[in-house]
Design a protein around this ligand. Sequence first.
Ligand code: FES
Length: 167
Amino acid sequence: MYLRNAWYVACTPDEIAAGPLGRTICGDRIVLFRAEGGNVSALEDFCPHRGAPLSLGTVREDGRIVCGYHGLVMGGDGKCVGMPGQRVRPTIKSYPALERYGFVWVWPGEKSLADPSKLHHLAWAESPAQRHAEKAWVWWVAYRKPHRAGAGRTSTCTKGPCAGVAP
Ligand code: FES
């Protein structure tokens, strides 16, 4: 049982820069991509033709996602706009999505309740110093062990709270 009427972090914007991304949120398989106008779109990760994951497809220059199996084309609103050899235009489930605080957020619950103002204000995410500290922490977790063993990093951080921390 999931608390569905809430905003969930789905990914960071760079994770959808090169193509669609599949994620499971509250048990739902969701594909995230940059749709028309550069807006983030979150759709059911299920092609209505034969069920292939849309996250294995590609995103066209116009922001429409193309199924990698037979070429069904889906808009960011979940409406099919093209299917080679067929006249049907099925629709799949779409999810409210937004970008804020350096993350892509998805609302897996009731669409009518998806209010962006319900997203908690994350002051730390708007502070350049805090963001730098966060990146430093990620760096520390990812690299400390190899450095202890004498491998890897050769430079020292030069800005933010971790300035001067040696490798
Ligand atoms: S399964 Fe997607 S187009 Fe056929």
